[in-house]
Design a protein around this ligand. Structure first.
Ligand code: BTN
Length: 248
């Protein structure tokens, strides 16, 4: 799956580097791994920053969507698909009850965020997508910025021992290759798995859309990757948006 590795000891953001490669290179392999020891300005969705504390694993995969047969219609589902790959990889690496997907781009363990995913494309004409993945592997979450404390968790917090980051990376790349192949084939397993792994099911969820704010009980994630909410006005299916709050 990985045909090229772009390693830099320090980067502002592996996604920035991935986007740069996507724009500059005329030919790219199926997948390029962008890896760094230290990410100094990791980005999250919107204006959010990503906390790249020591012990964290931050990398991006530049995907050749033409070679993988992923048309632009599939792109909105890449984030959830990647989330499933990360859940699978974590469960293969440490003993953990259930890894959950917090729609649309986070992985939660024991009710706290362990991974964030940021999918970006330089432009839709080039059939190239950068999948950025940040996983709290050995980070000391007690040293996280104040606003994250109590909301972030690392794999080593769960396992109570240091985890080998390379093992996590290899697992994620293997699972990602499988899951992206399923996405290209349009198989049923993805739809089933993102529905069963949905963290928000049964919870009262608040979500910010472009022009609206919705509150409703979550009924999982539908076949298109939309979050299904039962609101006072009826069922709403959200294909994009930001979950601002949720309570069970
Ligand atoms: C989020 O939580 O909103 C998404 C966070 C994504 C973080 C990863 S770390 C590797 C890659 N490079 C970045 O700048 N962001 C992603």
């Amino acid at each position: 799956f990985i045909g090229q590795i772009d390693y830099n000891q320090e980067l502002s953001s592996t996604n920035n580097r991935g986007l740069e490669l996507a724009r500059e290179q005329s030919e790219i392999p199926i997948a390029t791994l962008v890896l760094t020891e230290r990410q100094t300005a990791g980005r999250g969705r919107g204006k959010n920053r990503w906390w790249s504390g020591e012990g964290g694993l931050a990398f991006s995969v530049l995907v050749n969507c033409g070679a993988l047969k992923l048309p632009t219609s599939c792109w909105p589902k890449i984030s959830l698909t990647t989330g499933l790959a990360v859940c699978d990889a974590i469960e293969k690496t440490i003993e953990v009850g259930d890894a959950k997907l917090k729609w649309p781009n986070d992985v939660y363990l024991s009710g706290c965020k362990a991974c964030g995913i940021l999918v970006e494309a330089p432009d839709s004409r080039r059939a190239r997508v950068v999948i950025g993945i940040g996983i709290n592997v050995n980070n000391t979450t007690a040293l996280a910025p104040l606003e994250l404390r109590g909301h972030a968790i690392s794999l080593s917090d769960i396992a109570q021992q240091k985890i080998e980051p390379t093992e996590v990376l290899i697992q994620v790349l293997q699972q990602l290759a499988e899951r992206l192949t399923s996405l290209a084939r349009g198989t049923q397993d993805l739809r089933r798995d993102w529905h069963t792994r949905c963290l928000l099911t049964g919870q009262l969820v608040e979500i910010d859309l472009d022009t609206r704010h919705l509150i409703g009980v979550c009924h999982g994630i539908d076949d298109n990757g939309a979050l299904v909410l039962e609101t006072e006005f009826g069922i709403e299916r959200c294909l994009s948006g930001t979950v601002s709050d949720f309570t069970s």
